[in-house]
Design a binder for this molecule. Sequence first.
Ligand code: FMN
Length: 285
Amino acid sequence: MAAEVPEDNAPDECPQVRDLAEAFKVLSDANRLRILFHLATDTTGTLGVSDLAARVGISQPAVSQHLKLLKSDGLVESERVGFHVNFTLNRARMVQIAGQFEQVRSIVLSRCNQQLVREKIPEGPLNIAIIYYSYSGITRGLMEKVQEVCGGDLIEIHTLKKYRSFTAFTTGCLRSRNEEKDQVTPDTIDVSAYDLLVIATPVWAWKPAPAANSLVSGLIGCAGKKAFVCTTYSSNPGHCLPILKKNLEEKGVVVAGEAAFSRRETEDSHHVMELIRMIIEAYQT
Ligand SMILES: Cc1cc2nc3c(=O)[nH]c(=O)nc-3n(C[C@H](O)[C@H](O)[C@H](O)COP(=O)(O)O)c2cc1C
């Protein structure tokens, strides 16, 4: 059996681990959770030890002990008013704990995803080029998650002339509707060494952003290559993927898979996992 790592020497993978462990210790008691529930649903802000004892159905000294622990972790705050002490929930601390838990959960999930890829691809990371344009970071964030799990090279395309939000929705959308190209950097990308291209763009006016048209047109050595196309959108992806596919096929690229992600889905680990599974499938076919 592996020896337990002494607390002080534990190499914390996530800096919040110890803080979260303390919070979980405090939360690991049904009566303390009941107290938190009553404080969370109380709208008066005047609950005292005797009120909580009556609501939870335990003695006042027991409630006092639980409140002491909850206060020591910052989950509960108190205020003395004359002879009475009012207890309230510290919502900021609850939000902090929820955020820390989410961080740990996503680290664990990403490790699980990497493990899954290792099982599916025993020979190592995928030989893929992940090429994308991103205006406000959503597509970038999604592609970074793909790269974190699958490996491969991340290549971001930038417009030479930056869009402001006004010009994006005026000039940018007009250019996108006309399926025009922007001047971008890099303007050419040699993809001859890769086994799969992952091409991603945000939807602009129901079509690929103009920079994505330039991206496709600047591909070198892509004839006969497989591609997986991906788009992120807010409410309606329109014709974005069909146009992206048509442009790639005109360059001799074989489109082996596609996915459209709403902004909310880019934050959902199950959807991201499904995207990764589809990319691996496209890689292996
Ligand atoms: C100029 C512009 C036009 C857009 N047009 C559409 C659209 O037609 N349909 C849609 O669902 N979302 C549209 N969106 C929203 C983006 O597609 C969506 O927020 C996307 O995830 C942003 O990706 P990014 O952060 O990588 O740029 C548009 C956004 C911008 C800036």
